[in-house]
Design a protein around this ligand. Structure first.
Ligand code: HEC
Length: 232
């Protein structure tokens, strides 16, 4: 029997050697990368309330008031927590990753490549990297599309993307077909994705013709989307 076929050799290399190697690569190296980056709380992340959150409150004032009260950092933090919990509970991570890799031109498809800082916050506990991509990566989803696109999309993805295989989420809506507590929270959460990091290339915004929200927000609303008539 050759040395490499002996049980003790296999145990040493495959059992202990590779076990130690995997601990080094999957635990020790990431720890080295993250140990000097402070962990951010949800309250810290929610300090700046983005315009999409104001927009959500003005589109569904009754529901918003009932579930979350007024628009401020405290209600935003509460909504983000619920949104993250809903994302985990509904297994969105089964089809969507939250990690733009530095390979295969992923930055062209999804936006700026991810960095460790983005993952040192409470909303990444548990980590939501995901391992499958049935749908697109969502790391840079925040601000890419207007809230009402997400409302229509969660209600029935095929109404906005006819070839979509994403399931419908009717339980995100109340009997009047307006988003309920979890519906508002998941939309606020996807609109937050990417906002834990500053200085990112702005996402390519969706062209949104026939805008009604401008009457509420006026000029300010232009930050959320581009109008058809302004398209170059
Ligand atoms: C069965 C797989 C699957 C599941 C589960 C799923 N999605 Fe999707 N999702 C997709 C696919 C495929 C697309 C691309 C087509 C489309 O836009 O519908 C997509 C698109 C999206 C988009 C639009 C991305 C963009 O800007 O183009 C968002 C946002 C999204 N999903 C969020 C979610 C959330 C939140 C959940 C959980 C509540 C979820 N998805 C669950 C497959 C899935």
């Amino acid at each position: 029997m050759k040395v490499t076929e002996r049980f003790s050799f296999i145990l040493l290399v495959a059992g202990l050697g590779f076990f130690a190697f995997s601990i080094a690569v999957m635990a020790f190296l990431p720890w080295l990368n993250l140990k000097d980056i402070p962990m951010r709380s949800v309250e810290d992340l929610a300090k700046n309330v983005p315009i999409e959150f104001y927009d959500l409150s003005s589109r569904y004032p009754e529901q918003f008031k009932r579930y979350f009260g007024d628009v401020n950092s405290a209600s935003y933090a509460k909504v983000l927590r619920l949104g993250r919990d809903t994302y985990v509970a509904e297994a969105c991570w089964h089809c969507h990753s939250q990690y733009v890799r530095p390979i295969s031109n992923e930055d062209i498809r999804f936006g700026d490549v991810s960095i460790p800082d983005e993952y040192q916050n409470e909303l990444q506990l548990p980590p939501l990297f995901g391992t499958r991509r049935v749908g697109p990566d969502l790391t840079r989803e925040g601000g890419k599309r207007p809230n009402d696109w997400h409302v229509a999309h969660f209600y029935n993805p095929r109404e906005v993307v006819p070839t979509s295989v994403m399931p419908r989420y009717p339980w995100f809506f109340d009997s009047s077909e307006k988003p309920n507590e979890r519906g508002l929270a998941i939309i606020a959460y996807v609109q937050w994705l990417g906002k834990s990091r500053e200085g990112l290339t702005a996402p390519e915004k969706m062209i949104y013709p026939g805008c009604s929200a401008c009457s509420i927000f006026g000029e300010k609303y232009k930050e959320v989307h581009i109008h058809e008539k302004e398209k170059k």
